[in-house]
Design a protein around this ligand. Structure first.
Ligand SMILES: Nc1ncnc2c1ncn2[C@@H]1O[C@H](COP(=O)(O)OP(=O)(O)OP(=O)(O)O)[C@@H](O)[C@H]1O
Length: 332
């Protein structure tokens, strides 16, 4: 059975685009990643699935239940961590957790105590006095303490320190092994890559890819790192020193004409498929999706100390999916 199934799910806020024609299928028991930059539509998707806002068009079911007509039953099965959890002011953490458990009509005391212990959450403090990270932990316990069948987590790790993030993902993996479906919305790609089996990528409100994390990370682009005695050279005709400041990760297509090594120009004229150029003191690194023979022929003219050609990680794949279309943005 699908934990989540959407068909052409669309949400407009007035005339403003939220999500458009989203077709998504998440199997029960999956640890599923939902990736997208700010404003892509992740929170809109989640709020629509939970019946917190109504769709403009399309349909969706959670465990086979319709998100419009059966939203109360859906909420009973789900644990939801919003990206910014807010609580009633003046209340102690323990009272908030109790209130949340009472709303579920479930005795959550044992699980709540275990989660608070593992996340080092002091339940005697007033919630207003807590740091952002500690308030996040309160939201996590509220979402997890009733052992829901589906966890929907919207940017859960923002504000958590690395040790707490590690413990949090350990808890999620344990739950997933017990059968809980985890739907994790994030723009931290390393956590998607480490934890999720499959992931969907959303861009400008539309799904642009949905596959296993391994498959998403596979393109014929390679991260090429060349070490050598590279020096900045004048750009032809510009009269300006080749300024590398700010060039590193913008995701735009760069040409690396103008770099030279030991007097030999490392010139990319006619060499297409160079992106995401990063320049360091002892070399260059870039994503390359062109003809490898052309690259090696070009490099053969230069004196280099070392070369590494590796598969890009998910972070770099993401740049492909988000590059502007007029910059050859289709992943290759
Ligand atoms: N209440 C609202 N009224 C009008 N437009 C909205 C509203 N909420 C979201 N939007 C718009 O819908 C689009 C998707 O926003 P959404 O918050 O779903 O993105 P997101 O991927 O969750 O981003 P973030 O990572 O920043 O939270 C954005 O263009 C946003 O401006």
């Amino acid at each position: 059975m699908y934990a989540i199934h959407t068909e052409q799910l669309t949400k407009y806020y007035g005339k403003a685009r939220g999500i458009i024609d989203l077709d998504l299928a998440v199997e029960e028991g999956e640890f599923f990643g939902f990736i997208g930059p700010n404003g892509a539509g992740k929170s809109t998707t989640i709020r629509t699935l939970l019946g917190l806002i109504g769709p403009t068009k399309g349909t969706a079911q959670v465990f086979g239940r319709d998100i419009v007509s059966e939203k109360t039953a859906i909420l009973a099965d789900a644990g939801y961590l919003p990206s910014e959890a807010t609580f009633y002011g003046g209340m102690k953490v323990r009272d908030i957790l109790k209130l949340s458990a009472n709303l579920r009509k479930t005795d959550c005391r044992a699980e709540s105590a275990s989660l608070c212990d593992r996340l080092q959450l002091d339940t005697s403090r007033k919630v207003d006095e807590l740091s952002f990270g500690n308030r996040k932990k309160v939201g996590i316990v509220c979402a997890l303490q009733h052992m829901p069948r589906l966890l929907i987590l919207d940017e859960p790790t923002s504000g958590l320190d690395p040790l707490m993030q590690r413990e949090f993902f350990k808890i999620l993996r344990e739950r997933n092994h017990q059968g809980t479906t985890v739907f994790l919305s994030s723009h931290v790609l390393s956590e998607i890559q480490r934890n999720c089996q499959r992931a969907a990528i959303i861009r400008d409100g539309r799904l642009v890819a949905c596959d296993s994390v391994d498959a998403l990370a596979k393109t014929n682009a390679r991260r090429v790192t060349v070490r050598g005695d590279f020096v900045a050279k004048e750009r032809p005709g510009s009269g300006q020193a080749f300024d590398t400041a700010g060039l590193s990760t913008s995701g735009q297509a760069f040409d690396i004409a103008g770099l030279s090594t030991s007097g030999q120009a490392f010139d990319t004229a006619g060499l297409s498929g160079v992106r995401d150029l990063q320049i360091s003191e002892d070399g260059v690194s870039f994503l390359y999706s062109g003809d490898i023979n052309q690259l090696t022929a070009r490099l053969a003219k230069c004196r280099i100390d070392d070369i590494l050609v590796a598969e890009p990680d998910l972070e770099e794949i993401f740049l492909h999916y988000y590059a502007d279309d007029n910059e050859g943005g289709e992943p290759r």
